[in-house]
Design a protein around this ligand. Structure first.
Ligand SMILES: NC(=O)c1ccc[n+]([C@@H]2O[C@H](COP(=O)([O-])OP(=O)(O)OC[C@H]3O[C@@H](n4cnc5c(N)ncnc54)[C@H](OP(=O)(O)O)[C@@H]3O)[C@@H](O)[C@H]2O)c1
Length: 306
């Protein structure tokens, strides 16, 4: 839990009595919890410092085994039963056990191990959201900023799957990984606009920004004529100012689109859309994982293991 607003030093382990799962609820023994940038942004103060949110349970996705169910424990894929191997999308996923609404409990695909299953669905649904909203289709040329990142790499895979030609930006050390996903890889930084123009001589139809820098936004605006086909998950201020869509951050349409995509994404897991694990940490080293995620450029996800 985060016991205050601040840096990773405010993260502590706390004992909580969970009790039994009530109506529509499910108790899950966590095998792995996925780490996402939003986990530390929420207690950083970037989204306000309302003290009623403290202490703040951390984490939003986990994998594990169902230990007990309340009445009416129906999930998106049907009734949830004791012993099911599942993915849980719920607040407080950094835990040994979690009680979550059955609606947030989905079957773990056999194609993913525990760490991968705990790290898959939030980013894959975000990637789906931006690919879907921008209408990526056969023959489109799609520029993806942050193609080596968790959301970006899955957006590359979904766009390639739809028959698009993809150009992905990354740091020099991650370019090979972006190429391996089926994209043309270009390093971000000074001169990006010229490098993308060279890689896409016939023009760029869609730009998906998973980074949020002015560089990513400026290059997207310079290349893509139709602003409805520029979508960002991070540059909310620029999107509002310049009149192109952003997703996430409490956007109801975006949340509904992601929810509708979950079962499809489970079918695509491990084949069309993969997840890479960069490092595993014991649960009690969550603060270290946050410190490193905020400063390193890991190629893949950090995972906590109880
Ligand atoms: N709106 C939403 O619903 C939503 C959902 C999920 C995530 N997010 C946000 O989206 C962002 C990405 O999330 P993620 O989980 O994909 O993060 P991530 O795995 O850490 O990926 C970050 C990506 O950004 C690239 N990058 C880092 N610094 C850059 C720079 N100066 N210029 C260009 N690219 C740079 C990285 O490339 P290298 O590693 O190769 O340097 C990497 O590809 C985060 O800000 C996160 O909070 C928003």
């Amino acid at each position: 839990m985060a016991t205050a607003f601040g840096g990773p030093e405010v993260v502590e382990i706390r004992e909580v009595d969970l009790g039994e799962p009530g109506d529509g609820m499910v108790l899950v023994e966590v095998r792995a919890a996925g780490v996402n940038p939003i986990d530390y942004k929420l207690y950083s103060g970037a989204f306000g410092t309302d003290s009623s949110r403290l202490p703040m349970p951390l984490g939003a996705e986990a994998s594990g085994v169902v230990l007990a169910v309340g009445a009416n424990a129906d999930g998106p894929a049907g009734p949830v039963s004791v012993g099911d191997e599942v993915i849980v999308l719920a607040d407080g996923a950094y835990a040994e056990r979690i009680i979550a609404p059955a609606g947030s409990v989905l079957p773990k695909p056999a194609s993913l191990d525990w760490a991968e299953a705990a790290s898959y669905l939030l980013t894959a649904a975000t990637a789906w959201d931006i690919v879907e909203l921008s209408g990526v289709g056969e023959g489109d040329c799609v520029l993806i900023h942050g193609a080596s990142g968790s959301v970006g790499s899955q957006a590359v895979q979904l766009a390639v799957h739809r028959g698009a030609q993809v150009i992905g930006t990354a740091s020099p050390r991650n370019l090979d990984a972006v190429r391996a996903l089926g994209a043309v890889a270009v390093p971000y930084g000074d001169g990006l606009l010229d490098r993308v123009r060279t890689a896409a001589p016939d023009g760029v139809d869609v730009a998906l920004d998973t980074v949020g820098t002015d560089e990513a936004v400026d290059v997207s605006l310079a290349l893509v004529e139709d602003r409805t086909r520029i979508v960002t998950i991070a540059a909310f201020g620029r999107a509002a100012d310049e009149g192109f869509p952003s997703v996430g951050g409490g956007n109801a349409e975006s949340a509904a689109r992601r929810e509708r995509a979950r079962l499809t994404l489970l079918d695509l897991a491990g084949s069309v859309v993969t997840v890479t694990i960069a490092a595993k940490y014991p649960l009690d080293e969550a603060a270290r994982a946050h410190r490193e995620l905020g400063t390193n450029h890991p190629r893949g996800k950090y995972v906590l293991e109880p």
